[in-house]
Design a protein around this ligand. Structure first.
Ligand SMILES: Cc1cc2nc3c(=O)[nH]c(=O)nc-3n(C[C@H](O)[C@H](O)[C@H](O)COP(=O)(O)OP(=O)(O)OC[C@H]3O[C@@H](n4cnc5c(N)ncnc54)[C@H](O)[C@@H]3O)c2cc1C
Length: 290
């Protein structure tokens, strides 16, 4: 490998200026995707824009009921600090790679790569998260459901960087489940996240690894908005649970590949959806009892 330019801003303002001036530099956070791509010669960027020295993006905060996760926040930080505030994202973070990957890899890097199999995406979709992106031209918020624009493509303009991810804190139960070919260090064959939003009487969903992009299952969400007994927290109707699974599977658009067939992915999603709904609703009913 020949030498490569490395620009290392120490403030967010410098990072935005560098991004505007040299949009052909590839941003790098934890490097757990970028370095693999460079090592395997899948990409040969003109240089790297190293964001790891920018302290402003390394922390999280809560304001007005919304959790703001800075772009430098790693999965390890999510697991140590955010289990209570973003339980679905924490469950997903626990399944990412190994401790080494979780210590370096960031939620925003997952969004930057925008893989259909990225584990942070389903819980962000289910929670109704938005991505805060910024350039010298200004700041904008992009709904997670609008952020993924194609296989490994996202809504970032060439001069923009991800500054943070905003996740509403609802206090409602959340779940994430992932199927892989083994239990650890595995890319999802299919994954599913679900978030109950009791105040809004709504359920959020997120499908992973079963369509060109991570996506929600809107018809399944609508079914539950109509059918769940939010006030009395009555047990789930089994036919509704089954129908929910079917609608989640129908929302997917999977492919056959080395990790699994399209038919298996659809079947797996229906199972993951019915399980996560049952777990989350049980948690919701238990919240009332406690
Ligand atoms: C062994 C191994 C196991 C893995 N296991 C999993 C797994 O189980 N689940 C999973 O989802 N992923 C997994 N990954 C992939 C990777 O760890 C994740 O995608 C991780 O979230 C990437 O974060 P990062 O900070 O390392 O990103 P980087 O590699 O630094 O960057 C990834 C992409 O995001 C862009 N980017 C980063 N930060 C910004 C920013 N602030 N603004 C704009 N663009 C930005 C970069 O330019 C690049 O395109 C694994 C990787 C390895 C090597």
């Amino acid at each position: 490998m020949t030498a490569m330019d490395m620009v290392q801003p120490s403030t967010w303002a410098e990072a935005l200026a560098a991004r505007a001036e040299q949009p052909d530099l590839l941003p790098i956070a934890g490097g757990t995707d970028v370095m693999v791509d460079i090592n395997f010669a899948r990409t040969r960027p003109a240089g790297l824009l190293d964001l790891t020295r920018v302290d402003e993006i390394g922390s999280w905060s809560v304001e007005g009921g919304v959790l703001r996760i800075g772009a430098g926040v790693t999965y390890a930080q999510v697991l140590s600090d955010l289990v209570g505030l973003a339980p679905g994202l924490a469950m997903a973070s626990r399944t990412v790679g190994s401790p080494q990957i979780r210590n370096r890899g960031t939620v925003s890097g997952n969004l930057g790569s925008a893989s259909p199999a990225g584990d942070a995406h389903p819980p962000l979709l289910a929670a109704g998260a938005t991505v805060e992106v910024e350039s010298l031209r200004g700041r904008r918020l992009v709904a997670a459901s609008d952020f993924f624009t194609g296989v490994k493509r996202n809504a970032l303009e060439p001069d923009e960087l991800i500054r943070a991810v905003h996740v509403p804190v609802t206090g409602g139960p959340q779940q994430f489940a992932k199927i892989g070919t083994r239990n650890a260090m595995v890319i999802a064959v299919a994954s599913f996240a679900l978030a109950l939003h009791p105040a809004a009487r709504r359920v959020g969903t997120g499908i992973g690894s079963a369509a060109p992009t991570p996506r929600r299952a809107p018809a399944a969400e609508e079914l539950l908005a109509d059918e769940l007994d939010w006030d009395d927290r009555a047990p789930l109707d089994r036919s509704v649970v089954r129908r929910f699974g079917e609608l989640v599977a129908a929302a997917a658009d999977p492919i056959d590949d080395v990790r699994g067939s399209a038919a298996y992915r659809r079947h797996a999603l229906a199972v993951l959806a019915t399980r996560t709904l049952t777990w989350a609703w049980d948690d919701y009913r238990a919240q009332e009892a406690s």
